[in-house]
Design a protein around this ligand. Structure first.
Ligand SMILES: [Zn+2]
Length: 445
């Protein structure tokens, strides 16, 4: 039966609010969900004779969840800019991302996302929340990403980046693509696709576009938007709307809706409270923020106010573990205090909040090993060189386990990556196709 399996001889790391480590454990997966887990003898006593996989003491834990990504950025790897090196964030957008996204074809959207999803499951990622842009081929672009996600077999929450950069017609097309895809997801029943409403940022979404986007958008489906990533967004909003961007967006229609706000670096003091009051979830992307030199989000302050903050990669790579390591150091560095960011906060941002966000969006329990949760799992070739316990899991994750080779990845009990092979993709062939597509893109961008 698909999605039915018994993992034996496992070192189970449950994650969840109180992570536990169970050595000599087993997990019984039935119909894509965890039916039972615990000490091997207890689980084996209840499980029927289904197919067994001996993990030989390897670590099994919930698959990683990437709360903010841009798969379309894949072909920027190794690209040469055509102008002088950008001196600020707006120039990074103008000289790299807005030029690159404009050149993407429908096939580029498919190949870049197929590459990203492939690299994701190779790192044990089972859920990706993406924010897509391809202004020259908007209509149907999310279908191309969905096609790639389904080929690889992981869960993807997709949206199209609505923006005024391409006039009223482009903005309208962006809105319509989000709506079209959201309706498509409602009819797709396997629970691996979900939608959000994508908005670029206050700086490129005027009041008319925002109103158009919100008019037909269901009030219970999240809006995924970049907020105060750089001071240029704040200055523009203050000048144009007389209010900073988060306040502006909330007042112009987002305040009664679920909102995922990426970055939130340059918030005014009262906006930190607005995040808490309106239950906005912040997506934090520390490596991207350092790479763009845009500043450091006030994550500690947000957490103290009860604002949920979930970790993403922002397209820097497909491995959230890398951002977890950055998360663990950037806030201490910023505070110039080794006590500047507590372990509980790292765990919350890297694991608990991405799991909460993904579980809410996909309507099923994700990011934890517990009875009834989805069997979205990764198995790591990690033989701990020091004692591994529930209490010190995070220390292992940050200083060794998070870079350990991934042996296998399962989504809803289906094996999507095993011993170097991605089930739905010939990785060598894909890379050859991507190289050809990237070379072509680099000539015309
Ligand atoms: Zn982003």
């Amino acid at each position: 039966m698909p999605g039915t399996l018994l993992l034996t001889n496992a070192t189970i790391v449950t994650l969840g609010p109180t992570p536990e480590v169970i050595a000599g454990g087993a997990i019984w997966i039935e119909n894509g969900k965890i039916r039972a887990f615990g000490k091997s003898e207890e689980v084996l006593a209840q499980a029927p004779p289904v197919s067994k996989l001996d993990l030989q003491s390897r670590v099994v834990m919930p698959g990683q969840i990437n709360a903010h990504d841009h798969l379309y950025s894949a072909f920027a790897r190794g690209i040469s800019l055509k102008d002088e090196a950008p001196a600020n964030f707006l120039q990074i957008l103008q000289r790299l991302w807005w030029r690159l996204d404009q050149a993407l074809s429908s096939q580029d959207c498919y190949l870049s996302s197929l590459l990203g999803f492939t690299e994701a499951v190779q790192r044990g990622v089972t859920t990706v929340v993406d924010h897509h842009a391809s202004p020259a081929c908007i209509d149907g672009s999310l279908d191309r990403l969905a096609e790639a996600a389904q080929q690889v077999g992981l869960r993807a929450c997709l949206c199209y980046e609505t923006t005024d950069r391409h006039g009223e017609a482009g903005a309208r097309q962006g809105v319509m693509e989000n709506l079209r895809f959201a309706r498509h997801c409602q009819s797709s029943a396997d629970g691996r696709l979900a939608a959000a409403l994508g908005l670029h940022a206050s700086i490129t979404v005027d009041s008319r576009t925002l109103s158009l986007a919100l008019t037909e958008w269901p009030e219970d489906v999240p809006v995924h938007v970049h907020v105060a990533e750089d001071m240029c967004d704040v200055e523009h909003s203050l000048k144009t709307y007389g209010r900073p961007p988060l306040q502006r967006l909330l007042e112009e229609g987002l305040k009664d809706r679920p909102v995922w706000a990426a970055h939130c670096i340059h918030l005014q003091p009262h906006e930190k409270d607005l995040l808490a009051v309106h239950g906005v979830t912040v997506m934090h992307n520390p490596r991207s923020n350092m790479n763009n030199a845009v500043g450091c989000a006030p994550v500690q302050e947000l957490l103290e106010r009860g604002v949920p903050v979930a970790l993403g990669t922002d397209g820097m790579s497909q491995d959230p573990a890398e951002d977890a390591r950055a998360l663990a150091v950037i806030h201490k560095h910023q505070a110039a205090d080794p006590r500047g960011f507590a372990w509980e906060n790292i765990y919350r941002v890297a694991f608990l909040e991405p799991a909460r966000l993904a579980s809410a969006r996909f309507g099923r329990k994700l990011g934890v090993i517990e009875v009834g949760a989805e069997a979205d799992l990764m198995v790591l070739d990690y033989d701990p060189p020091t004692p591994l316990t529930g209490g010190n899991f995070l220390g292992h994750w940050l200083f060794g386990m998070g870079t350990a080779p991934v042996w296998g990845t399962w989504v809803a009990g289906d094996c999507v990556f095993f011993k170097g092979q991605v089930a739905g993709v010939d990785a060598a062939d894909l890379k050859a196709r991507c190289r050809a597509a990237a070379e072509n893109l680099w000539e015309r961008w």
